[in-house]
Design a protein around this ligand. Structure first.
Ligand SMILES: Nc1ncnc2c1ncn2[C@@H]1O[C@H](COP(=O)(O)OP(=O)(O)O)[C@@H](O)[C@H]1O
Ligand SMILES: [Mg+2]
Length: 243
């Protein structure tokens, strides 16, 4: 099996705590994989390891067969342009206006774009996520839900083919959440690869081809096809998880 992204016997230790240990996992191109599991089991850490945002203490994370940690500057820049990450806490820059935060990825990855072209792209993305307030304010003036809209919009700016989403619809009202789910569905229709963290059965069933149910950062159960779409197994695993 050819994977677009692969974790090979990956472990991550910090301050003498073993957060992830000995995980091997492959992600197929064009598919959506949900990472689920109880709070604190290591989902966000595993997502960051997969995206190369943190480097494994042991083992390796590969993108198109290349070690992410071993990439040179231009390979890394290309990987960053092709992928996008939405953090669980949105992670917007506190001391920058929203416009500055949104402009930067375009300036880095598309240096040939004019200011007018960048503004047009930002406006397009903000319309698609349904953000209507000013862009010249700072993140502190936004609700958590609005911050999620901006963070998701930021991830879409450079038209990524690989998306990492960490609980990206939390704190949103139902209609805003549905809008962001629909946008991710459209990404799937374009054959993009999506890896997302969620415990929501409805979201998982709507989007996921595979579910990785992580346990204690060491082992996981992998569900596919009918097990995801209609089987009892997923419901039971998610229920077990919240008790
Ligand atoms: N940088 C870090 N330093 C110390 N502990 C961490 C760090 N990142 C995560 N952890 C701990 O590792 C565990 C897994 O965290 P996380 O991956 O955020 O879990 P999840 O997303 O499944 O809730 C938690 O106990 C968390 O407190
Ligand atoms: Mg998390």
């Amino acid at each position: 099996m050819d994977y677009i992204l692969e974790l090979k016997d990956v472990s991550f230790f910090t301050q003498n705590t073993r957060i992830i240990q000995g995980i091997s996992l492959g992600f197929e191109a064009g598919k959506a994989t949900a990472l689920a599991g109880s709070s604190g089991c290591g989902k966000s850490t595993l997502l960051k390891l997969s995206a190369g945002l943190i480097i494994p203490t042991e083992g390796d994370a590969l993108y198109k067969g290349k070690s992410i940690a071993g990439m040179n500057r231009s390979q890394n820049l290309e990987f960053r342009r092709e992928s996008a990450f939405v953090f669980q806490d949105s992670a917007l820059w506190a001391n920058q206006t929203l416009l500055q935060s949104l402009d930067l990825p375009l300036r880095i990855h598309f240096p040939g774009m004019s200011k007018t072209q960048r503004e047009k792209r930002i406006e397009e993305v903000m319309n698609s996520v349904g953000y209507k307030r000013s862009l010249t304010i700072r993140p502190a003036s936004l609700s958590m839900g609005e911050q999620k809209l901006i963070a998701f919009g930021r991830s879409m700016l450079c038209k990524p083919s690989l998306l990492f989403l960490d609980e990206w619809t939390e704190s949103l009202d139902d209609s805003a959440a549905q809008r962001l789910i629909t946008l991710v569905k459209q990404q799937k229709l374009r054959n993009n690869t999506i890896i997302f963290v969620s415990h929501n059965l409805h979201i998982i069933r709507e989007l996921a081809d595979y579910v990785i149910m992580l346990a204690g950062g060491r082992t996981y159960t992998r569900l596919a096809g009918e097990q995801v779409k209609s089987g009892r197994e997923l419901v039971e695993l998610l229920e077990k998880d919240t008790t």
